[in-house]
Design a protein around this ligand. Sequence first.
Ligand code: THG
Length: 612
Amino acid sequence: MSKFLDFVDSQVLLLDGAMGTQIQGADLEVEKDYWGQENCSEILNLSRPDFIRNVHMKYFAAGSDAVETNTFGGSTLTLEEFGLGEKTIEINRRACELAHEAIAEFSHDGRPRFVIGAIGPGTKLPSLGHIDYDALETAFAVQAEGLIQGKADAFLVETAQDPLQVKAAVNGAKLAMEKSGIILPIMVQVTVETTGTLLVGSDIAAAATVIEALGVDVMGLNCATGPQEMADHVRWLSKNWPRRISVLPNAGLPEMHQGHVHFPLSPDEMARWLERFLKEDGINIVGGCCGTNENHIASINAMLERQEGGKRRPLPVARTHHWIPAVASLFQQVELRQDNAILSIGERCNANGSKKFREAQDREDWDTCLDMAKEQIREGSHTLDICTAFVGRDEIHDMSAMLSRLRGSVTAPLVIDSTELPVLESALKLYGGKAIINSINFEDGEEPAHKRMKLAKKYGAAVIALTIDEQGMAKDVDRKLEIAHRLYKFCCVDYGLPPSDLMIDPLTFTICTGNEDDRQLGLWTLDAIERIHKELPDIQIILGLSNISFGLNPAARHVLNSVYLDHAQKRGMTGAIIHVSKIMPLHKIPAHEVAAAEDLIFDRRSPKSDAA
Ligand code: THG
């Protein structure tokens, strides 16, 4: 593991205060110091290295264990706004060097000190359609390359307002690490506004769900508000987030004083709040954002030293957390295991599963498609399956049209249903939530499954996996089990997908063909569900429920679907692709209809059942 993470695990780490506050308080000249570009602080790394180095030294002198590089606006895209895109690597490398030079000035005391490569959000948010994913990822990759060249000890993706931007920044950093062969820890800090959500509307649980799936080392909060307004979100992280936590508040909520922005919290007030987070919430990294300066950091440092009565930093306070496996939309988290219920996946936004959807899609009546999505949520769908595969139409175009509308207007997480890899990837690039990929299988061997798992890991998605292999769809119980175990090994052992994010679909076929060979298919699927649940208790098990009843009239389908769902759930199924409003509780179905459905399901033949 890295020296930086070793430090964080053995003692609370003090980061620095704001760079912006220091820059604003200085007497800098637009032409000379900013080369005529007053809003580009990153120029100072080249034009006034003495000034930036000195800011870092002030923070180290105040007690910081680490400082953030002056690279908040250092992605190629942001620098391009000032005609400096070409200098991205140089600016980021130089910024790190300045922080290292400041550290060198303190080498006499032998204390470890770190350089944290700051990566701000830029000015364009992908979930709002300002910029596309690829352009953003590339811009962050170049910035990260510069930070690596300057020998940053970790990346800090900070002041994040859009989870999709976080994905681009984290993946950009990973690309740069792959290119250089150097692995650094990644921290992500989100900015929760006074509204209680990120700018694009994500609550802390939604943001954490997305960020956890990216495999970062630290999650935290910075900017927008003071510590008081952050307290609920810090508490949420403390109780839920499975890894390390950082908290860098502003010095209170900004106030306007005679045309000037003023941050009200004194250094001591700031230190008291952080002490509370330290003791009550077990946070690992502290520091300050807007309005904090070296006096705030000195106060926080004194507070840390008081904890152990000496010069030693305190250990992070142990906390117990409970991470709940979930997926997320841009707005909220949805747990993959529902209490006494299945995770319902709305089936109707599917070109093959609904005539109404197919026709609306064909005339590009996206409002109607969107209404069908919203209606399913009103009816109680927890998530929505989206499939735009339609012969003669461009599936990527249609999926993108749907996703770019759904992502900002439905609160349910999305299930991307496509057999085409490029369709899956283009959808994931549009989606700021944690999606579910539907699906992978081994029909054409492992190569297609490898490609899909790489997407799942890169964009942080859960995965539906079908019990289909090179020999075809598994029908009997043993074959379903054999493929389920192979899928588990492939996804969870080889790719490290959390078992709770693997949703195995043991596939049910219609039992209503009248063919002798098909009568037991539903029964075998129930037995397979029970055994998979027993042998792989942590994974999810789902079905496309309506398949069971193809061929019957609609009223009979609703009964059979409802009865089958009840049995499957009792055997251990955790989710299903369904038409929620057509599912009836069993006590509302006449007993003889339930019995007839069960005769079909369990292949009990009698004159009565053949009449059903
Ligand atoms: N497993 C997984 N994904 C899946 C399936 C599965 N995705 C597609 C499908 N199967 C699940 N979705 C549906 C959607 C609709 C219907 C069946 C399965 C359905 N529709 C009616 C019909 O075709 O008769 C309604 C038609 C209409 O409204 O026009 O039955 O198994 N992982």
